[in-house]
Design a binder for this molecule. Structure first.
Ligand SMILES: [Zn+2]
Length: 310
């Protein structure tokens, strides 16, 4: 996808994603009980760093699209999957026959193949996750980073490989500031429209550029347009990543006005909520401005801004 593609084009792709059926629409998805944790937790949830004690509230947030309510109760969330402590052989993947990238050194405990993405955090207490997709973009990412730095909070950036490749300094800046860099494919395609080989290429190349630049490959990925399919779950797991969707969509890409973005975050705020915004893909000045408003508000409300734990 061209990063400056008009939002109309993006809308039509979104419609296309929706037309593919429920499985392509994150709003209808919930993580089922595929987690390996013996401890029951809310469905569609991931663990937060520094998680609050078990029993933290897991009420669904007031997502504008009624999405979170689709989460089934009683399913298990994933346990924190530790990185294996073995030494890293950063060039191991280069020895693999042609094709696909594998996470630098097959050093990870690979996650299970999910059938749905995570929608929120569990056991996070009054914590929320802020996520920014499609970047890095030198026009907007620095503004997002500046605000996050001002309040000293971590966030997640689901980057596109082609953007990261072109703006490596910003990629490093994200990591240097302690943010989590996730995989959002190379060129932002509609995944269900691609053959598995192309999906692997889109995701693998992106993990590779992050690995090369930051020294470790992403642990999380997010499908463009929230359009996941079986192959993307399989390939994501092969690459050592867990799928993370969101709870609250700010719809900032429609450029609804800074005030509207702020209102959506405030109204959707809740324990474990994952907020979706964008730092690239069009004019994101409203997203940058909105963060400056809702972030201090969230903190004033007692929310801790965190990132999920693996
Ligand atoms: Zn995106």
């Amino acid at each position: 996808m061209k990063k400056d593609q008009p939002s109309a084009g993006r809308r039509s792709l979104l419609r296309a994603a929706a037309a593919l059926g429920a499985t392509a629409t994150v709003g209808l998805l919930a993580v089922e009980g595929v987690g390996r944790s013996p401890r029951p937790s809310a469905a569609g949830t991931a663990q937060a760093t520094g998680a609050a004690p078990a029993g933290a509230p897991s009420a669904s947030a007031a997502a504008p699209s009624a999405s979170a309510s689709a989460a089934a109760d009683g399913a298990a969330g994933p346990e924190a999957v530790p990185l294996a402590g073995s030494p890293v052989n950063a060039t191991a993947y280069r020895l693999r026959p042609m094709t696909s990238y594998a996470p630098s050194a097959v050093r990870r405990v690979l996650p299970p193949v999910r059938s749905r993405p995570f929608l929120k955090l569990s056991g996070a207490g009054r914590a929320m996750v802020l996520t920014f997709d499609d970047g890095p973009d030198p026009r907007y990412t620095p503004g997002i980073l500046k605000t996050l730095r001002k309040y000293d909070v971590p966030a997640m950036f689901f980057i596109c490989g082609e953007m990261a490749d072109a703006h490596r300094g910003l990629l490093r800046e994200m990591a240097d500031d302690g943010h989590v860099v996730g995989n959002h494919t190379w060129s932002h395609p509609l995944i269900p429209s691609l053959p598995p080989s192309r999906i692997r290429d889109e995701m693998g190349r992106t993990s590779e550029v992050v690995d090369r630049e930051l020294g470790s490959a992403p642990l999380w990925y997010r499908a463009p347009f929230g359009a996941w399919n079986k192959h993307s779950f399989e390939i994501g797991a092969e690459l050592g990543m867990e799928p993370l969707a969101w709870t609250v969509d700010t719809l900032d890409w429609t450029e609804p006005g800074t005030g509207t973005i702020v209102r959506r975050v405030r109204e959707g705020a809740g324990p474990g909520v994952v907020v979706l915004s964008h730092d690239a893909g069009g004019d994101r000045s409203q997203s940058v401005a909105a963060l400056r408003s809702y972030l201090p508000w969230l903190l004033d409300q007692g929310y801790r801004i965190t990132v999920p734990r693996r």
